[in-house]
Design a protein around this ligand. Sequence first.
Ligand code: SF4
Length: 112
Amino acid sequence: MAELMERTQKVETGDGTSQFNFWTDKQPCWEKCHCPEMIKDECPATRYQFLPCWEIEGTYCKLDDRGATGKDTSICEVCRVYKKYGHDEPIRLKLFGKGMDTQLKAIEKIAQ
Ligand code: SF4
């Protein structure tokens, strides 16, 4: 049973390893913020669940303007998701280059 629990709580990191799912026993940001399926499918917060969303560059809510890379975490500081689960720890981005802006740029390159 403990092994099964561990397996279901672990998520792929994208580099062939797995880590514990940050959202285990929590309400994930995409549920708390009622993100539509289209956003949920593209946002790195759902794909890299081993990190809290505020530590991931380029999540949907960090992209406040066209051309933004999603490095600005000021929106997270006032967000109810971070307030509930962030324990007032300083916000530091830990995952770069996987954000929605990166995907959009790749699509734009292909379209040119
Ligand atoms: S604003 Fe920040 S903390 Fe809130 S859901 Fe978006 S990425 Fe997560």
